[in-house]
Design a binder for this molecule. Structure first.
Ligand SMILES: [Zn+2]
Length: 245
């Protein structure tokens, strides 16, 4: 497992600029700075240890309900890409909106984990993408998309076309594309309440996990894992939660 020492500006930067300057402690996915220790690395990471509604989870305790149809109105673009040492992250621009609980959430960025972080009845997928949305009031909603091995994914090619394993700054994508191009046609989903899966592990995050995986080729999946390493936080206890389906 490679150990990555991160410059300060990327520590905790997964969820936007609001947390990127205040954490001098770097974190990783293994060893002394791995997930089991996140809660002790920085006082502000205490939720990683104390939280009762943490992500990811194994989805195994379901309650059947009538979930509203998920409507994604994506008319913007994927704009820049960066390997920040934790993940490959694509920043987006324009109006890419989902409405949940009557609240519009706009897409800020999406990024990848190999293997998947959330699991479905104990099953890991080889990759999971997180589409991180924010409401006007700062509430966070993540749409999680699973990848399985199969046909080559052309949208994914545009993400990694110009990307080296070098950890660095965002670069404009050579070819912009609509982030909705990654989604399956049918947006059936599971839903639960959770957290960021990276420090500071903030809770109150709405999780929408799409039931239908999309495909990526074996080569693409291997390449993503090579670029990022294994960057999945282990699943966290459900505690009092149920998964809506
Ligand atoms: Zn994530």
């Amino acid at each position: 497992m490679r150990k990555i020492v991160l410059p300060l500006f990327v520590a905790g930067a997964l969820f936007g600029a609001d947390v990127s300057h205040s954490h001098p402690h770097h974190w990783s996915y293994s060893g002394d700075t791995g997930p089991a220790h996140w809660g002790e690395l920085d006082p502000e990471f205490f939720m990683c240890k104390e939280g009762k509604n943490q992500s990811p989870v194994d989805m195994n305790r379901f309650v059947k309900t009538k979930l509203k149809k998920l409507k994604a109105t994506y008319s913007g673009n994927a704009r820049t890409v960066v390997n920040n040492g934790h993940t490959i992250k694509v920043e987006t621009m324009g109006r890419n909106e989902v409405v949940v609980d009557g609240i519009p959430f706009n897409l800020l960025q999406f990024h990848f984990h190999t293997p998947s972080e959330n699991t479905i009845e104990g099953k890991h997928y080889p990759m999971e993408a997180h589409f991180v949305h924010k409401s006007k009031d700062g509430e966070v909603l993540v749409v999680a998309l699973m990848f399985e091995e199969g046909e080559r994914n052309s949208a994914l090619d545009k993400v990694v076309a110009d990307l080296s394993s070098k950890i660095g700054e965002s670069r404009p994508l050579k070819e912009m594309f609509n982030p909705g191009d990654l989604y399956p046609r049918k947006l059936k989903y599971y839903r639960y309440n959770g957290s960021f899966t990276t420090p500071p592990c903030t809770e109150g995050v709405r999780w929408i996990v799409l039931k239908k995986p999309v495909t990526a080729s074996k080569e693409q999946l291997i390449k993503m894992n090579k670029l990022m390493g294994d960057n999945n936080r282990p699943t966290q206890p459900l505690n009092a939660r149920l998964i809506l389906k």
